[in-house]
Design a protein around this ligand. Sequence first.
Ligand code: DDH
Length: 287
Amino acid sequence: MSSTIRDYASVRRAIASLLKQPEYDDGSAGPVLVRLAWHSAGTYDASTDTGGSNGAGMRYEAEGGDPANAGLQHARVFLEPVKAAHPWITYSDLWTLAGVEAIKQMGGPDIAWWPGRTDYVDDSKLPPRGRLPDAALGNDHLRAIFYRMGFNDQEIVALSGAHNLGRCHADRSGFDGAWVNNPTRFSNTYFKLMLEREWREKVLDNGVRQYVYYDEDAEEELMMLPTDLALISDKSFRPWVEVYARDKERFFGDFARVFGKLMELGIRRGEKGEVVNTDNLKGGYVS
Ligand code: DDH
């Protein structure tokens, strides 16, 4: 039992103050922190109740070394000073809170977040690799991955709107470029561009296939992944792309709800919000 006051507002302030990183990418650590939060949670498998943000398994090679997680060490390094200043917070709480706070600071919605995740990991029960989406694939794959976590078609589209933020790095995923002109500002531009621009296929020097559009005003080439454009070729996904392209408030509200749900995958709480699933395959609650 620790006598430390668990001051999450102080953690939030520390996260907010490290977002500005003039030497890094587009000048912000925000997007990569959001991706860290998503990849920490997106390993969840509802049928076996394994994976999810509990355990912060990415600290270890088995999960951290998954090629799908390439580059996320930058996010973890950015957060080390916050952990050092608030040693009582678990990594799993810190990573999820960092994603939530970064979205807010980049102009996105307030997302409900609760603490209590554990860093206890049972090595033999770590989620297998291959649970995160492969951007080169299509609709069936998207459904297989996100239905496994417990999301429906509308929620898949809403979650994908996170690609308003950040960029692809050739040395991480092999894909290259940003989805929007202002990738450190949360918005629904991704959905608008997806519908309104003429995307053409481009094979990069490394053989990776993506879609591009040259934006004359910004003098910049923007990109979409095959999985992004899969959203407009599917009759169940597409109507939601259209809704979110024209209704920013609706997108912000739905995104806040589904990102909050993503952060809670695999976490069961009691009446006071405390984590109660000590039988969780990935570890137990430690106070
Ligand atoms: Fe993503 N994403 N993502 N993504 N993602 C990449 C970057 C970022 C897919 C593939 C990639 C979500 C869904 C999908 C963010 C958030 C979210 C990159 C580039 C690839 C590839 C990585 C690199 O080279 O650095 C695929 C496929 C899917 C899917 O199938 C739906 C979701 C659900 C989220 C979320 O946060 C809810 C963010 C943010 C980035 C930008 C990272 C950065 O460093 O910048």
